[in-house]
Design a binder for this molecule. Structure first.
Ligand code: ADP
Ligand code: TRP
Length: 323
């Protein structure tokens, strides 16, 4: 089975991305029956981020995070969309000639972004067509994405269907979305969903001092140190429960209920388990960020492998189209 997913390069990866997306995708990629295509959607990111230096830095940080968390770039496909831009945008153009204007105009994601932004560019509008091309260019069967991407996957299937209707059923492979409804929403430092756009995220790859600073930002209630505290409603405890061992979780719970244990203590404990549980990932992340040529090489190898697949698909598509 071919599994494919794209990640925008709009910021550095955080604890929510690692637990909610990176780890589950790596688990799927370990199945010997699967082939995983994982790419950095830097062309999509350009719709919102224009600073090339920033885009490049984010791209490296995301690539380093995936490798640090154990993604096997040799067994799988690991690449930057921009390095195969010719294929992605060519297929996008063909698909765009099958895209009804209202499909894009009524897109949830487009409507939401265009209400928020002062500058609504055409890239934001045609975003789902590029995404459809990203997926069908590699004959992907399964696309694991968050709930917010459900409509983009439906559009992909519609466009693939319309295209095949014209040029033959075996022109493009129609993918399925894999939306895990049970996936936990990791809370941020303010208790809302952790997200780069809310500025409430914990970057687990920061150095220890900086990491402690961001852990200290977690919002707690005003219960005095001596009094018992409710673990069910506290953000520090919630985050601790996601990374600590069962014994540690039980111990912290007992401390909360007993009183005499402050949120400051809990934050120190959370910081410690983050550093311990992600020790290997933190070390590898730093290794790659300090050895960019090695990271580049991994990406370039992935891009060479991806090119073979993309080229074959486009040859098939052009032939069906009589181009
Ligand atoms: P952000 O909200 O920080 O911009 P993205 O939308 O780029 O994050 O998400 C990238 C991936 O990480 C998606 O698959 C998304 O479902 C997952 N993810 C992001 N934030 C969380 C979270 N707080 N809890 C669980 N998964 C998350
Ligand atoms: N739109 C996706 C997001 O914002 C990123 C993305 C681009 C993607 N191309 C893709 C996801 C192809 C899956 C498949 O998260």
């Amino acid at each position: 089975m071919r599994i494919l997913t794209g990640i925008q390069a709009s910021g550095r990866p955080h604890l929510g991305n690692v637990l909610g997306a990176i780890r589950p995708a790596i688990e799927l990629s370990k199945n010997p029956a699967n082939e995983s295509f994982l790419f950095i959607a830097d062309l999509h990111t350009l719709t919102s981020l224009k600073d090339g230096k920033q885009l490049r830095e984010n791209t490296y940080a995301i690539a380093a995070a995936w490798l640090a968390c154990g993604f096997d770039a040799d067994k799988n496909f690991f690449y930057r969309q921009s390095k195969l831009a010719g294929y992605h945008t060519e297929l996008m153009w063909y698909l765009s000639c099958f895209t009804p204007f209202p499909m894009l105009a009524n897109g949830h994601s487009f409507k939401e972004k265009s209400e928020k932004l002062a500058n609504v560019n055409a890239g934001l509008f045609t975003y789902p067509v590029l995404q459809a091309a990203d997926i069908m260019l590699y004959d992907a069967h399964l696309v694991p994405v968050g709930r917010d991407q459900r409509q983009h996957l439906e559009m992909t299937r519609d466009l693939g269907g319309a295209f095949n209707n014209q040029y033959g059923e075996n022109t493009l492979v129609i993918p399925e979305a894999k939306i895990d409804e049970t996936v936990m929403v990791i809370p941020g430092t303010d208790g809302q969903k952790m997200s780069k756009s809310y500025g409430n995220y914990i970057d687990i790859f920061l150095d220890e001092k900086e990491l402690l600073k961001s852990v200290k930002k977690i919002v707690t209630d005003a219960t005095p140190l001596e009094e018992p505290k409710n673990p069910e409603t506290d953000n520090v405890f919630k985050l601790y429960s996601l990374v600590a061992t069962n014994d540690e979780i039980e111990e912290m719970k007992a401390n909360y209920l007993a009183g005499g244990y402050g949120y400051g203590h809990a934050k120190q404990a959370l910081h410690q388990v983050l550093v311990r549980e992600f020790a290997k990932e933190r070390e590898l992340f730093n290794y790659y960020m300090n050895n960019i040529p090695e990271l580049e090489q991994k990406l370039q190898e992935g891009e060479a492998k991806a090119t073979i697949i993309a080229k074959a698909t486009m040859e098939r598509v052009r032939e069906k189209m009589n181009f």
